[in-house]
Design a protein around this ligand. Structure first.
Ligand code: FAD
Length: 516
């Protein structure tokens, strides 16, 4: 049995050694530290009924990214005298079992605001307090503690970026450099008869049959995150001038933004470390951009959505969500499937959706275009449906940020200028007149002449034949006519907004049905 001076550091997100206060605290004064990760079968086991390879909750790209991150974490821990202990099962059950079996006196894990972990953590904390186990659960996933900001605001989350910035102020840790990680930690002690495994492979999880081309070019792990961070930050002028929403959403060979989101999502990269590295650059340049458009501004958006999501009950749905406009979205499973599978007949939209399937990552403005198209721009389908697809397929899939952005893009919350609609034709063309992005992700259109590539249904038959792409056969015609569909969407939103105003937000199901 283990010594009485044993602690567990429980990894969920925060898959890193640098800036990891839970890991450091577990190591302090302990003879043995057990670094634990629990593979949750609901998250990892293949779902044969899902619309694309993966589990019911995650596409294969994110599962692979997670496994890579775990392998790298194991490597990182081995360098400081430890290793990762992998278990499988319902995380709360497994943790409680470990606490019992290993005679643990101290449990350390990063505080997590997602409802999924809030529920598990409450259970584990209750057990720990009954057993007299010390629990240390620091905030290290975000720049700020959402609870503190909500408290400062009288119990409600700020709902505009500017009010968020005002409340947040400077991060408390900003003047002292965050930790690059301990140089050694105590090893895990005896594990008794606990069932421990190594990090499983994709094959071991049952994904051996997934073709290689389905996989994202972005590889998981802390080492990869730090490499990628360095690559982005080496170009100091680029960092200083970074300005969203400028930047080309169609660049895929060299994306216009950092692609650090999946690393931040899993905590392979600390957002605080990222923030400090940017700060160091700002100190040494004459001029730099500012929030909301700067790179610092992007990290603050992340914290903004974390705070809004944490402080808003039912943020992940329309009904019962006090900040969400009630809108009579249409049900149309065929149109929805066309969007989801990249078959709308609008190459710009379809190429982005194929990038989502293949890479699990798209540029922010590309996400804008497809989210707008599905909801208030063209198809008038519920944002929750689109949110679910993103939630499953994105490698950076993040509960707070994804819900927040879907509310935004569907003009359900935060942003209300519903007459501003992205054109599925001219928006992409402005950035990529030759359609290289489309040609790459939709090879069926690779020989379509440039003047037709955004609207291939307008190409004369002879051109379609020559391009070996007959519209209606090799590639679909447009599922809706954008001009009329977008007008109709605006009309419906105007009606729905009026109803929301009249009823002061308490719109009944009947009221919505009348508008349908
Ligand atoms: P950069 O521009 O390099 O920004 C650096 C970091 O800032 C990002 O990694 C991210 O952590 C943060 N950030 C940037 N933009 C935003 C934003 N609008 N909101 C919150 N944080 C931001 N991002 C996710 O991480 N997970 C999601 O599930 C997610 N879902 C989205 C859904 C929709 C409909 C839309 C429109 C956007 C969504 N985003 C999501 C936000 C944004 O598109 C991505 O964070 C960004 O494109 C990631 O690329 P990057 O790391 O190169 O970003």
């Amino acid at each position: 049995t283990a010594s009485s001076n044993s602690s567990i550091t429980w990894f969920r997100k925060g898959l890193r050694v640098h800036d990891n206060p839970a890991l450091e605290h577990a190591a302090t004064g302990s003879d043995f530290v057990y670094p634990i990760f629990v593979i949750d079968p609901h998250y990892m086991d293949p779902d044969p009924d899902a619309f694309s390879p993966g589990s019911s909750r995650a596409g294969v790209n994110r599962i692979k990214f997670l496994l890579e991150s775990l392998l790298d974490l194991d490597c990182g821990l081995r360098k400081i005298g430890s290793r990762l202990l992998v278990f499988k099962g319902e995380p709360g059950d497994v943790l409680i079992h470990c606490l019992k079996q290993l005679n643990i006196k101290k449990l350390c894990f990063e505080y997590d605001t997602d409802p999924y972990y809030q529920a598990i953590d409450a259970r584990v904390e209750k057990y720990s307090s009954q057993e007299g186990i010390e629990v240390f659960s620091p905030v290290s996933h975000t720049l700020f503690d959402p609870r503190v900001i909500i408290h400062k605001n009288g119990g409600k989350p700020p709902l505009t970026y500017q009010s968020f910035l005002k409340l947040a102020g400077q991060p408390s840790w900003v003047s002292s450099l965050v930790s690059t990680g301990p140089s050694s930690i105590p090893p895990p002690g005896d594990v008794g008869d606990l069932q421990i495994s190594n990090v499983p492979t994709m094959e071991e999880l049952g994904y051996g049959n997934v073709a290689q081309h389905e996989f994202s070019p972005f590889k998981g792990g802390e080492s990869e995150a730090l490499k990628r961070l360095k690559l982005s930050l080496d170009d100091k002028a680029w960092v200083a001038k970074f300005e969203k929403p400028k930047g080309d959403p169609s660049s895929f060979l060299k994306p216009a933004t950092t692609v650090l989101s999946p690393y931040l999502k899993f905590g392979c990269l600390s957002s605080r470390y990222f923030y400090q590295c940017i700060q160091e650059i700002y100190k040494n340049v004459k001029q730099h951009t500012s929030p909301p458009v700067s790179l610092h501004g992007q990290l603050l958006w992340r914290d903004f959505f974390y705070t809004a999501a944490f402080g808003t009950p039912n943020i992940d749905r329309m009904r019962g969500n006090r900040i969400c406009k009630q809108i009579p979205w249409n049900e149309d499973s065929e149109l929805f499937a066309a969007w989801r599978d990249g078959r709308t007949g609008y190459p710009w939209i379809d190429a982005i959706m194929i990038q989502l399937h293949k890479w699990g990552w798209m540029h922010h403005l590309a996400r804008h275009c497809v989210a707008c198209f599905l909801t208030r721009g063209d198809l008038f389908i519920h944002w929750e449906k689109g949110r679910d697809v993103f939630e499953r397929l994105l490698i950076d899939s993040d509960w707070a940020i994804n819900n927040g952005n879907w509310l935004w893009l569907s003009c359900s919350s935060f942003f209300y200028e519903y007459h501003r609609i992205y054109s599925p034709i001219s928006f992409g063309k402005k950035h990529d007149p030759n359609g290289d992005f489309i040609r790459h992700f939709l090879p069926v259109l690779k020989d379509m002449p440039k003047q037709y590539i955004y609207e291939p249904w307008t190409a004369p038959k002879s051109i379609q034949v020559k391009a070996k792409c007959i519209i209606g056969k090799d590639y679909p015609g447009p599922v809706v006519a954008h001009d009329t569909a977008s007008k109709e969407c605006k009309r419906k939103l105007a009606e729905a907004y009026a109803l929301n105003r009249l009823s002061n937000g308490s719109v009944s199901e009947d009221d919505l049905t009348k508008l349908r």
